[in-house]
Design a protein around this ligand. Structure first.
Ligand code: ADP
Length: 489
């Protein structure tokens, strides 16, 4: 546990202890008497040097006040005892008028300089001990396994170190409500409000973002010296990091819960869709039989059964693609073959719509590593959408080109395009744009299936607005760069 934040004591700051004073005054007296006895054999310079030495050592050990006091005493003693005529305050030799101020100035200036150096040293010592305490606390809090235990440790250290009556750490909730995360002491008493004396609120920020508030309270008022302020500032940053860590842990737990719920949902959808298929097949077979027997409404039943069957198949595919249970045969395939198969697949749906195909104008080799039938499925979805959502007379452009390590297949149409706010939402299952053509028979699954199928094999599907109006849907698959095989001579 970290100690008090009180500053290390400065030798000269209070003038030393009484014992020190008595000791040094006695030493001064002894030195003065001794030099007095030897006065005839001593030069004035010897006396001055001995006094300067004595005053410096005294100032270093007992502080500035003691040093200044002895400096004054040394000056008076020098004039009284060691300058002729002795035992008078008269200074007879004009040269002594030079020696005296120099002696006084030297002794005063050096005492003052010594004091300043000591002050700096004490300050450096204090900073070093603050850093020691903070790094000890940092290690202590990092070693705590749980984020809220770390915050509790910080609250306790702040309270005990700064001798406060209470310290609490709050996080800011979604609606800016303060949520209590740690409190020292643990008692549930309420802290006084800001306006009341004795309490202070310190905003907790991480990278300029407000994440919480630190409340500190002392009944006699929270007045701190600069060192304590520094300490509180450093610890409030630790507290801010602790609050952020608690939030990240909560987010991770929430995300884990959501992933679990998503997994359950996919499992339920897969099970239900699977179980719906058998009765649907029976309904379709019966409707077919009735239609052959001349029942007029049986055709409608058959068409609706087909529609439901497609929906169920889509649901099943989506859940299998997202749960990773579709086996993908990733092997080298030519984009040209894929385009040919897609055009053939949609030819019945497109009726008279023209699809213009452009393969890479630079003649790059268009081979990718992808599952042919699942990628075909995704590309067909994009082509069908381009047909469903664009005016009948506008052609659809299908372009294939190489983009770095990828092959990109772009399906461009002259439909209404997608507003920026919905560019990502259209890839969510069951999302259909408000006002989407209602009779095109979609359930909002085509794009989500396409994206899930492509992402599962290292590809992607994305949207971009088309110049001049319309949409461009891009399907990307990992490409293969053929290695040049040297021809043998
Ligand atoms: P569906 O077509 O079955 O509704 P999708 O997942 O394929 O479902 O598409 C989701 C929505 O995205 C559609 O309802 C439509 O609003 C919009 N959308 C898809 N493709 C296009 C397109 N080419 N042009 C304009 N809007 C499109």
């Amino acid at each position: 546990m970290i100690g008090s934040a009180r500053a290390p004591r400065l030798p000269g700051s209070t003038g030393g202890t009484i014992a020190q004073w008595v000791g040094w005054v006695a030493a001064f007296a002894v030195v003065t008497i001794a030099m007095g006895a030897l006065r005839d054999r001593l030069h004035e310079a010897h006396v001055v040097l001995v006094y300067v030495l004595l005053v410096h050592v005294a100032a270093a050990r007992g502080g500035r006040t003691l040093g200044l006091f002895l400096a004054g005493a040394a000056f008076l003693s020098f004039v009284w005892q060691f300058l002729q005529p002795y035992h008078t305050w008269v200074v007879a030799d004009p040269l002594d008028w030079l020696v005296l101020p120099a002696f006084l100035a030297t002794i005063l200036v050096t005492t003052q300089l010594l004091h300043r150096a000591q002050k700096e040293a004490a300050r450096a010592l204090q900073r070093a001990s603050e850093i020691d305490r903070l790094s000890a606390l940092g290690a202590e809090t990092l070693n705590v396994g749980r984020a809220d235990d770390a915050l509790q440790a910080i609250a306790e250290v702040i309270r005990s170190t700064l001798r406060l009556d209470g310290c609490r750490v709050y996080a800011l909730g979604d609606d800016d409500r303060e949520v209590l995360l740690a409190s020292s002491p643990c008692a549930h008493d309420s802290l006084p409000e800001d306006e009341e004396t004795g309490a202070r609120r310190i905003p907790l920020r991480v990278r300029d973002r407000l994440v919480g508030v630190l409340h500190v309270r002392r009944d006699s008022g929270v007045a701190l010296d600069p060192a304590q302020e520094r300490f509180l500032r450093a610890l409030s940053y630790y507290a801010a990091l602790g609050v952020e860590r608690v939030r990240l842990v909560a987010d991770a737990e929430r995300a884990h819960g959501l992933r679990e719920a998503d997994r359950m949902k996919d499992a339920v959808i897969a099970a239900v869709s699977h179980d719906l298929r058998t009765p649907l097949t029976t309904i379709k077979a019966l409707a077919h039989e009735l239609a052959s027997a001349g029942e007029g409404r049986a055709a409608t039943i058959e068409a609706e059964a087909d529609h439901l069957n497609r929906l169920v198949a889509d649901l099943l595919d989506l859940s299998r693609a997202r749960s990773g249970t579709i086996p993908f045969a990733l092997e080298p395939n030519e984009a040209e073959d894929l385009v040919g198969a897609a055009l053939q697949r949609v030819s019945g749906v497109l009726e008279r719509r023209r699809v213009s195909v452009a393969l890479d104008p630079e003649g790059a080799v268009l081979i990718g590593r992808f599952d042919f039938s699942q990628t075909l499925r995704a590309l067909v979805n994009l082509l069908e959408n381009a047909h469903k959502y664009s005016p009948a007379e506008a052609p659809v452009d299908l372009e294939v080109h190489r983009e770095g390590e990828f092959l990109t297949l772009s399906v461009a149409d002259r439909g209404p395009g997608i507003p920026p706010a919905e560019c990502e939402r259209i890839f969510e299952p069951f999302y259909r744009r408000p006002g989407s053509t209602p009779d095109v028979g979609g359930a909002g699954l085509g794009l989500s299936i396409a994206r899930a199928l492509m992402e599962a094999q290292g590809g992607a599907v994305s949207y971009a607005p088309r110049m001049g109006g319309g949409s461009v849907f891009q399907l990307r698959v990992p490409g293969i760069v053929p290695v040049d095989i040297p021809v043998e001579a």
